[in-house]
Design a binder for this molecule. Sequence first.
Ligand SMILES: C[S@@+](CC[C@H](N)C(=O)[O-])C[C@H]1O[C@@H](n2cnc3c(N)ncnc32)[C@H](O)[C@@H]1O
Length: 387
Amino acid sequence: MIDAHGKESIVRQRYAAGAKEHADKLCCSVEYESVYLKVIPREVIERDYGCGDPSHYLREGETVVDLGSGTGKICFIAAQIVGPKGRVIGVDMTDEMLEVARRNAPIVAERVGYTNVEFRKGRIQDLALDLELLDQRLKQKPIRDSVSFLAADELAEELRMKHPLIASDSIDVVVSNCVLNLVEPKSKRQSFEEIFRVLKKGGRAVIADIVSDEQVPEEMQNDPELWSGCISGAFTEEGFLAAFEHAGFYGIQILKRDVNPWRTVRGIEFRSVTIEAFKGKQGECFERNQAVIYRGPFKDVLDDDNHRMERGRRYAVCDKTYNLYKKAPYREFFEFVDPIVDVPLAEAKPFNCWHTALRHPKETKGQDYRLTSEPKSQCCDGGSCCW
Ligand SMILES: C[S@@+](CC[C@H](N)C(=O)[O-])C[C@H]1O[C@@H](n2cnc3c(N)ncnc32)[C@H](O)[C@@H]1O
């Protein structure tokens, strides 16, 4: 059986070799947008080990982290999409990958006319620890015995706190392309917690990875070739979505799922999916007399805070849920009903989010609302359907 450290070493060795020359069997063919490839040097494009294109979902001005950035292709595409007002940070643990990415960064910067990409050395399950900084300090105080080992452990903790590789709540979008499957099993959960930690409230993860349609058996997980080849460490399709849910994300959805498997091994299909998930459902709930109506087309829906809503009915929601629903990915599915008399947030009382209640129209209009009005000349928001 290969232990956790063994799995990570195998991955490092295989991708160190893959950084020097193109390695077969390490990637699916992906159609990146050709307009962005023009400025990217050939060796970067040739040593592509991705399985999807998370950069496709980025927007101008965003601060992006790419986990397991390899030779930097997704970072260099992202740099052009987010533009000079945005920033891109690639993180990888393999020196040879970082060397290729860093050597090509100034070439891309010159071609696009600005510098907004950098590459940092770290493990995606521990995005606080800057491995280059740790290496520097360990040169001054090498580990020789148990005492210096414990001191090094403390040093690592101090670096995480005082000089984090990626600070908490600092990133708009975390992307990754074919990397989470390579994280050894014990650290997989921590990788999701780290993605969650570094994102700002309202930020999102867009992750492309290989998933399996059945659980991968133990003997396949102990095959070094299959492990480092993005096969044996794959989540199941439902396990991948559940990992985002357990880390506290909401609005999780499959943006892309390849119909055809990339590989089939012993009857198990391995295919690429791209998932989007949002951070920001945590926080206090306040009552501002707001209501929402689920528009359909499904008969009912259940969100990540366990609000179940039937199509067409008017539900009471707290201010936090109301504002979450007003944004992607929910916005298009809801109608929003504001109270006639606004309840300022500073005066709002706590809202009980544990059960989903209907909201009578009188609550939004006010119990004493008795208006009778003449027909409006335009009944349909600017149209002329009444005349
Ligand atoms: C399959 S390649 C994908 C590279 C790149 N994302 C692309 O699209 O070409 C996996 C990359 O993730 C890096 N990697 C694997 N496990 C890692 C970990 N735990 N922490 C940081 N980097 C990791 C490897 O060094 C390698 O560069």
